[in-house]
Design a binder for this molecule. Structure first.
Ligand SMILES: C[S@@+](CC[C@H](N)C(=O)[O-])C[C@H]1O[C@@H](n2cnc3c(N)ncnc32)[C@H](O)[C@@H]1O
Length: 322
């Protein structure tokens, strides 16, 4: 394979992220376009980046020369940019937070957590998210610290843009993963990283491109409505806009496109929302261990959709297609 960068470490997402795809990578690999293997695809695009599990999988396996990474969450993008540009200073801040934190009793750790959370929220008016500066570095460290020590390792902002997840009481959270940050920083040297809406990544997509869309899930039941990762919501009109954008790219760009979402037929076999929206594309199903209801009664193997604008070569998987 040409130009393949070799990484000695298996680099993983630096944050825990709602809707993260790490658990599904084993299944997703069978649906990647075959042009990744032949080396024809050299450009990677991910408009809903989140923790970037699929990006990291693809970039460490195939000959990707450039990547365009995007997410609407400015705080997340701020942290990626800091890792890209100033990993060493970021590590120094995280080292300091970790050292202070582990020297405290449980009660004191809780207060320390809320102190950092208040500081992060207060500082948001001082930060210019459009222009990289030195004060992004401690902020990225605070975001990582909070993600590692908060309840369920989540990153959630309320409508005002405040981080509002409570303290998590973990015994030994990995606040600093130095090796992973340094290796991720190396990988990110091939990436252009932007904060914006999913349709702002269109430039440069061509026949050598693979675009993976992982929008917030469409809720599969009326009760499970966790689609708000930030102050921005992603409702059915947004899903429809994305479906139209997928069709537009398919018509204009000759790129390989893949999109994941929840499968509404888990809950209601008559719900044809995605069959209608992606009519004419390949709608595959993969198994996901995810709660079907927020009350947790109905846990188990439910399916998720993986929609592609190309045939999945493997016969085994064609059988599972809709
Ligand atoms: C399901 S998550 C992506 C998870 C990711 N694949 C991973 O493995 O961690 C969806 C992401 O879309 C972002 N998002 C929500 N609305 C968006 C929009 N209109 N444009 C771009 N990104 C958006 C959220 O901030 C969130 O990070």
């Amino acid at each position: 394979m040409k130009n393949r960068i070799s990484y000695s470490l298996k680099v993983k997402p630096f944050l825990k992220w709602a809707g993260g795809k790490s658990q599904l990578l084993g299944q997703f690999q069978d649906y990647y376009p075959s042009e990744l293997k032949t080396g024809k695809i050299t450009k990677y695009f991910e408009p809903f980046l989140g923790g970037g599990a699929v990006f990291l999988d693809v970039v460490q396996k195939f000959s990707i020369e450039s990547a365009s990474l995007n997410d609407i969450n400015e705080e997340l993008i701020l942290a990626y940019k800091v890792i890209q540009r100033n990993p060493e200073t970021l590590i120094e801040f995280l080292y300091k937070y970790a050292k202070q934190y582990f020297n405290l009793s449980e009660e004191e750790r809780k207060s320390y957590f809320y102190e950092i959370r208040t500081n992060l929220n207060f500082q948001r008016f001082q930060i210019n998210h459009k222009k990289y500066s030195e004060n992004w570095i401690p902020r990225a460290a605070q975001l990582i610290f909070l993600n590692k020590t908060c309840f369920n390792g989540l990153f959630r902002l309320n409508k005002k843009g405040e981080f509002n997840v409570p303290f998590g009481k973990y015994v030994n959270p990995k606040i600093l993963d130095e090796e992973n940050i340094l290796a991720l920083s190396k990988i990110l040297q091939i990436a252009e990283i932007n904060a914006g809406n999913f349709y702002s990544t269109e430039n440069n997509i061509d026949e050598n491109s693979f675009v993976y869309f992982d929008p917030p899930y469409r809720p599969i039941s009326k009760t499970s409505s966790f689609t708000s990762y930030s102050k921005y919501s992603f409702n059915d009109p947004e899903q429809i806009k994305l479906g139209k954008y997928f069709a537009k790219l398919n018509g204009e760009k000759n790129a390989k496109l893949m999109l994941s979402n929840s499968d509404p037929t888990n809950e209601n076999s008559n719900d044809t929302f995605f069959d209608d929206l992606f009519d004419g594309f390949n709608i595959n199903k993969v198994n996901a261990n995810r709660m079907i209801n927020c009350n947790g009664n109905n846990r188990g193997q439910i399916s998720e959709l993986l929609i592609t604008n190309y045939e999945v070569r493997n016969e085994k998987h064609r059988l599972h297609s809709c």
